[in-house]
Ligand binder design. Sequence first.
Ligand code: SF4
Length: 708
Amino acid sequence: MAQAFQKTTCPYCGVGCGVNMVLPSADNDPVPPVSGDEMHPANFGRLCVKGSSLAQTLIDHDRLLTPSIHGHSASWDEALDTISDKIAQVVKDHGPDAFAFYLSGQILTEDYYVANKLAKGFIGTANVDTNSRLCMASAVVAYKRAFGSDTVPCCYEDLECCDLLIMVGSNAAWTHPVLYQRIAAAKQKRPHMKVVVIDPRQTATCDIADLHLAIKPGSDAAIFSYLLCHSDRANVLDHSYMADSTSGFDDALKCAYEATPSLSSTADFCGVPEEHLTLLANWWADIDKTVTFYSQGINQSSSGVDKCNAIINCHLATGRIGKAGAGPFSITGQPNAMGGREVGGLANQLAAHMDFATPGARDLVQRFWQAPNMASENGLKAVDLFQAMEAGKIKVVWIMSTNPMVSMPDTAQVRRALEKCELVIVSDCKNNTDTTTMADILLPATGWSEKNGTVTNSERRISRQRGLLPAPGEARHDWWAICEVAKKLGFQSAFDYQGAHDIFVEHAALSAFENDGTRDFDIGHFHSMTQAEYDTLVPVQWPVPKGQPEGTKRMFTDGQFFTSDRKAHFIPITPVLPQQASNQEWPYVLNTGRVRDQWHTMTRTGDAASLARHTNQPYVEIHPRDVKALGLQDQGLARLVSPSGQAILKVKTSRATSPGQVFAPIHWTQAFANASVVSNLIPQVVDPLSGQPESKHAVIRLEAIAKK
Ligand code: SF4
């Protein structure tokens, strides 16, 4: 007899694959197996190795099972009383901005919604930031500058039907494997399809590339400035599209010509052979159906927003947007980075894709929420937030489902900030992360297989996560804990939700509330959804306006944007290199990234034995020329020293990385022999517009560690 299964969504990357999970029963194995959902439009049955191993992460290994206060077990009531009393006191004594949430792209849209509502509408602070700041904040700002809204124009199908795919700042083969599989399969079926990879490293993604441009780290924007100029020279500008649907082209083109006046100067700036740049430019000019696919290599940069806009400029100038197989397509790293964006889960957003600067938006949201204490201006972005905490300005922080002691740049600063903060609340499933050890109050949270709600993937597709297993111990849902604190603060009726469904329909209603057509995000159609409809919701792409229940595959098909003049805006870009340049003292450039089978700080994937087979130790990849020159040993140890700190890693000799550059994965923590790469070595340098840290760049020196 076929086993009953339930459909849910993978909790790892931003591809958002559908997963079938066998329902546990008395006769069943207590650890239910998973398989890919053949009906889910993100993956059509595929799963990568991380998704396939989800069942191994469900064992209650090192679970946090009860609340605790200063290391002593406590009841939920005691913990929630302590939290609400302290929030009330610091707000009274120091004002609402003495409180902050630091959230995560791992939590569900419903969790995000109530956290945002409590902070921005009822406590009165916009200090609601998230680890998504480290992931895609630059892409958000660039979309807003160009389109007037944070709107991803493309869908996954575009990756399969384009004729030229430019993958820049993305090792999708390892970071978004199912999308990579879809692209590789499409390329096999359509041999004329060209794939170009722009990346300083020869990554696994290059296996399907017709051309790899191994650019100088951080020089990406110059490639796109050059392509804009080449579009002009090759006469492939879409003047009619630009006249109808864009503004600001002349200034952007002038700036591009100043920055990249010739083939040789651009090739020199980017460190690539002229013939490679020429080949790319010729393909760009000749092939109309082009998608530019970009991710952390673009976003995690001190000029990340400009890099994104340099890409968007090229697509606007050639009218390659809003059509099948064409568009600039940013891919989010996390499973619900997009859901957080939808509800306003960033310090520089208000709610439902509205900003504080949007005329009338603050009043509209206040009216909808009937909020007594609306925040009136942007809050602090992640790095600023931890700096303000160290300065004593944030007195209570509630960290949810994330591990900033490992993922934020400069762990020493984050430690000082958390030590200074009067009350650090951490909600997590795990008992022993680098961040839970800093908590005054620990709250046991439900995990992926126990939670109910929605997530949104990189193509704007909303999918259900379904709670299939019972919560262990006293673990509770994040939305529930937030609402209980809100009620104890006196906001009973505004947070009296019976379940995730109640929150989702309110979120849907706000998305359409008095929408005058200048907002992109609209799922108002869902505001009357019943519990049964929510339970059986099939994946759908927003916007989902009334009368269009199937949602929206592609955006901007009519050439209309969400700016006040309804036109997309070109942004003049001057390409710059990363803020820190190598020199005699710091002669090497460190690039960071992910390995195929691990996720973030390994709090979950570290539990799956089979996932350790691919890479079981932290390492630094170094070109053989540098290994020899520095007297290092392959498989020996090296100390990486940056102006921010140091890490000790195993040497892996590799020609994938160019001389003068090294690469190290981000996953391992301090507990693993001081191997935490981002938190130890990366400086707190951020993009001035997005606040996104330059997590892929540090200058370092390398030292051999002699065997004892
Ligand atoms: Fe999960 Fe991403 Fe793998 Fe899909 S590609 S199974 S969403 S980790």
